[in-house]
Design a protein around this ligand. Structure first.
Ligand code: GLU
Length: 284
């Protein structure tokens, strides 16, 4: 363990059932479980299946089976995000009532065109939302909603930061961090086909489940800036964080489902034992 987890910490592994688990997931799950074990704490498992367009129940079943095969034990019941939409909806309602969310009617094409126009013919390298709908008159927004136009709800990050003031978090691996959520633009917290976004659900669940040490890959370091903002807005406690390094393939590329990284199932079918897979995931 490359850091000291605080005594009694509550950790979790929160996979999205969009495919089979690979070695990177095994590393993440073992990281969280070992931190809790080492600190005499608790280890939780959560299924992050809000994106009905990509998540499938058979992957959830496979995740539970693979993790048990790997030798992990977690507290029951397992929290399943798709069963908790009402709670996320209530948070969205409260943020919206405070004027911190606004409806955005832009399509991907609209956003690309607006970014291109702002940055000249070469276009902007970043995909940050340029704020097109932020100042749409309320009557116009309401008329579009009444006409059935699909929309997303975006967080007005400038307004939100004006309420919370500057934010920081403590990462036990990366040290103290100053949050700059404004560099990511007005993030989407809900949309037509996914009525609550990753950012909102993960933050709300960590708070409601009493997670005190969020462990996850360092690819999510930036996301934590947004999560701190949501915590401050909603009055949720700020957990500690440990963003661990990512398992990479022979070329140094991080393992990803979309690149057909070898799955735990394939490793198991090839005759590897759970102990061998744990060792390959960095936790002998
Ligand atoms: N569900 C997210 C994923 O599978 C992880 C969320 C988190 O650990 O914060 O990438």
């Amino acid at each position: 363990m490359p850091f000291a987890p605080p005594p009694g910490c509550v950790t979790r592994f929160a996979p999205s059932p969009t495919g089979l688990l690979h070695l990177g997931h095994a590393h993440s799950a073992l990281f969280a479980a070992r931190a809790a074990e080492q600190a005499g704490g608790r280890f939780l498992l959560r299924i992050e299946d809000i994106d009905a367009t990509r998540c499938r129940p058979e992957f959830t079943a496979a995740i539970l089976e693979d993790l048990a095969w790997l030798g992990l034990a977690w507290e029951e019941p397992v929290r399943v995000q798709s069963a908790r939409m009402a709670g996320y909806g209530a948070s969205l309602d409260s943020l919206r009532a405070r004027g911190l969310l606004y409806p955005c009617f832009c399509t991907r094409g609209d956003i690309a065109a607006a970014i291109g126009a702002a940055h000249g013919p070469m276009g902007g390298s970043s995909a940050i939302y340029p704020g097109t709908c932020r100042n749409l008159p309320r009557a116009e927004a309401e008329a579009r909603i009444a006409a059935g136009r699909p929309y997303a709800l975006r967080l007005d990050v400038t307004r939100a930061l004006a309420e919370t003031g500057p934010l920081t978090f403590t990462d036990l691996i990366h040290g103290p961090r100053r949050c700059t959520p404004e560099t990511q633009g007005d993030v989407v917290l809900a949309r037509k086909d996914i009525p609550a976004s990753y950012h909102l659900c993960v933050t709300q669940d960590d708070a409601e489940q009493g997670v005190t040490l969020v462990t996850r890959g360092e690819d999510l370091l930036e996301a934590t800036d947004i999560h701190r903002l949501l915590q401050a807005l909603m009055g949720w406690p700020a957990p500690l964080y440990a963003h661990h390094g990512l398992i990479r393939d022979a070329e140094g590329k991080r393992l990803a489902k979309r690149d057909q990284a070898p799955t735990l199932r394939a490793m198991r079918a090839s005759g590897m034992s759970p102990a061998e897979v744990r060792a390959a995931a960095g936790f002998p």
